[in-house]
Design a protein around this ligand. Sequence first.
Ligand code: S3P
Length: 435
Amino acid sequence: MRNTLFKGTPAKRLRGEVRIPGDKSISHRGIMLGSLAEGTTELSGFLDGADCRSSIACFRSMGIEINQEKDHVVIKGKGLHGLTAPEGILDVGNSGTTTRLISGILAGQNFSSTLNGDASIQKRPMGRIMVPLKEMGAGISSLKDNGCAPLKIEGLRPGDVLRGISYESPVASAQVKSCVLFAGMYADRPTSVTEPTLSRNHTELMASAFGADIKSCDNKCIIQPEPRLLGQKVVIPGDISSAAYFLVAGLICPNADLLIQNVNINPTRAGILKVIEAMGGNLSYENRRTVSGEEVADLHVTSSSLHGTTIEGDIIPALIDELPVIAVMAAFAEGETIIKDAAELKVKESDRIVTVTEGLTAMGADVTPTDDGMIIRGGRMLHSASIKTYMDHRLAMSFAIASLVADGQTTLDHPECVDISYPNFYQTLNQIAEY
Ligand code: S3P
């Protein structure tokens, strides 16, 4: 089984080409917009991971026919008002993206729904979407009254619509932004979202390609109500958040030379590339192109002598999911790396300030957690450890990469949790690594 695929021992060399699986954020949005569009949507390069399958299951239970064959998905959309009431509770699994984005869509329906997910989802903050949705007139509540899932969303009364709002979001969160924009499709007037810093813009790009009237200027985005969405063919590029593990592996392992193919380098996602540059990593771009409105490139990395840097401010949303593996990279760099303005790490699949610090410390790294990030003093030799993943896929993959350069045999308590975003992660790693 998968557990035995994780070796946990140092690699003598890393060589070859890695084709990165589809972008998780874009895959979710493809399912959602495809379901709300008229006609057929075809997604190729879809991420066949547990999170995206949660989105598929939710829309199937609202009457949408979705056929999935690995990374190829065909959706028979029924238009903006074509969803039907689900029979039971919508199960969002471990997926924060499904939970927050679908809530915006559910708020505009004339049927009520309840959604819930696993233990981690039931701890993640949903007040951040409840506040704007309530302002739009939606009846959304946390059933345990703790601001978390399970969430109940009341159907609109016949003839009622949501109120369009101008929302100033206190957090730079694409999930909050997308939730409000999706609800805005069911509103009586235009809806805008302004963020403190621009977060990933996949919703804006894809909704526009499907026919929505959506305009962005700096950190503000505005959508017109009642768009007519038409089914599209979408080619989903590889996920830079998944590529990040191989980028870091190629930089920190001795004797490494990797070509990481088909990576989405949308600037709202590609902060890690700037950090690699700032840390002195050997990284080059090949075959730059545009695929379904997204910038894509193949990325070439080789073993590097890295040095510390400071990661702060506007770049944080563009690398928030990569910070665990960036912390691993920093532990192998000379000098100090400071990560700040990243308090959002606390509300991810685990509290990543705590869990990354715990794992790196167990491996012998010098890490100090802070209120909004961490300070890593790199350059120590790391050793093997028994790592607690807290079922957080990004923790498991980050420490799998650390184990390639740590002395001895590292273990992960739940290596299989990588299924959330990268089911073939260990197979791919084993193909390029010589242990
Ligand atoms: C995502 C947005 C980010 C990111 C998550 C996926 C998305 O979350 O961490 O993995 O697809 O919109 P936030 O919006 O909470 O920052």
